[in-house]
Write a protein that binds this ligand. Structure first.
Ligand code: NAP
Ligand code: ZN
Length: 362
């Protein structure tokens, strides 16, 4: 293009292409794609992605299980990378820094929720890392971390504490904050009896954090084969949810339950586990739940609540806590060419306990 035309373009209309992996429709396997990224604007940070975790939400979105997926979908919101370029208004990040990007890349920054550091509930709608309308490239949706590079507003870049393993830190950006935030919001403390349902990516971080906060942790699982691992991760007890007798012995005993089951399910058996005034927080099932008995809540003034990731400030606090306590995820590093097999294993609850893509393999 001629220089004159070039000068009339806004920076946001200038793009570069980068390699990525994604899907073209809901039934397609993931395969290599080329996508556009914007040029670095004044408030932007560009990173070369080194690792990206594989969240069950990536699968729900790639396969349009929640509806609303726009194709192509390039998943990935547990991003670790090295800063390669910063805009002129960026002072707290520089070339070479190890940084993270989680589930959000933008929000209005002005509404009550944003001002309260709850950007995930932005009144104008947060821009999520993938499958949101891209504010910078017209007509395109955001593309996630299964790619070589990404350009993100400086307010949505997280510092990764020195000394944390980069690959193991990737899942902290979603699985970490999604479990940390409800444990903190509902004030889980030393001595509380906490249950974590589902030993997958989120659940294993929930166990680690609840243990680090001093709680007595019970892993509630459908998989007897995971019992030993659950204890290594920090669970004091393991409860098999399909063992009715064992469930009965734990009835009315939990102060707090974090429920990570990724699909709709029967609630009654889990509600029976809560003490008077105790809360079960859902983070997994977005779809309709099986009908549950109001009496389970009424008899005991029990509560069911929900929680969505966490704000940027809280995500940084969680990362700093992980730095101090040397907490990272237990991961299996994969080649991006094995991503489709990894998806199938996650769906079969056969992940120990998070897949992380080595982005050098792209
Ligand atoms: P994951 O790695 O697949 O783990 C889910 C675990 O739940 C499985 O390993 C399994 O553990 C258990 N499970 C699976 N199906 C079950 C069923 N039908 N009944 C009972 N237990 C079942 O998934 P994840 O990445 O941790 O994500 C969990 C869910 O949270 C997903 O739906 C994801 O989209 C969602 N999510 C929500 C947020 C948020 O902000 N709220 C953020 C991230 C992810 P056992 O073998 O131990 O039973
Ligand atoms: Zn996620």
């Amino acid at each position: 293009m001629g220089m004159r035309k070039f000068l009339f373009l806004k920076y946001s209309e200038m793009t570069t292409t980068t390699k990525a992996f994604g899907v073209q429709n809901e039934n397609a396997p993931l395969k290599p794609l080329e996508i556009k990224r914007r040029e670095v604007g004044d408030n932007d940070v560009k990173l070369e992605i080194t690792y990206c975790g594989v969240c069950h939400s990536d699968i729900h979105t790639a396969r349009n299980e929640w509806g609303g997926s726009k194709y192509p979908v390039v998943p990935g919101h547990e991003i670790i990378g090295h800063v390669t370029e910063v805009g002129k208004n960026v002072s707290n990040f520089k070339k070479g820094n190890v940084v993270g990007v989680g589930c959000m890349v933008d929000s209005c920054q002005e509404c009550t929720q944003c001002k309260n550091h709850l950007e995930q509930f932005c009144e104008k709608g947060a821009t999520f890392t993938y499958n949101s309308a891209d504010k910078h490239i017209k007509g395109q949706q955001t593309y996630g971390g299964y790619s070589k590079t990404v350009v993100v507003d400086k307010e949505f870049i997280l510092k990764i504490p020195n000394g944390l393993d980069e690959a193991g830190a990737a899942p902290l950006l979603c699985a970490g904050i999604t479990t940390w935030s409800p444990l903190r919001h509902w004030n889980v403390k030393k001595g509380d009896k906490v249950g974590v349902i589902g030993l997958g990516g989120l659940g294993h971080m929930g166990v680690k954090f609840a243990n680090a906060l001093g709680a007595h942790v019970t892993m509630i699982t459908t998989s007897p084969s995971k019992a030993e691992d659950a204890k290594k991760l920090g669970a004091h007890e393991v409860l098999l949810s399909n063992d009715a007798k064992a469930m009965k012995t734990h009835a009315n005993s939990f102060d707090f339950i974090l429920n990570t089951i990724p699909v709709g399910h029967k609630m009654d058996p889990y509600l029976s586990l809560l003490k008077v005034d105790a809360t079960m927080v859902l983070v997994g099932a977005i779809e309709p739940l099986d009908p549950f008995n109001g009496g389970r809540l009424i008899g005991g003034r029990k509560r069911v609540a929900g929680s969505l990731i966490g704000g940027i400030k809280e995500t940084q606090e969680m990362l700093d806590f992980c730095g101090e306590h040397n907490i990272v995820s237990d991961i299996e590093i994969i080649d991006i060419n094995n991503i489709n097999e990894a998806y199938d294993r996650v769906v079969k609850a056969d992940v120990k306990y998070r897949f992380v893509i080595d982005m050098n393999t792209l």
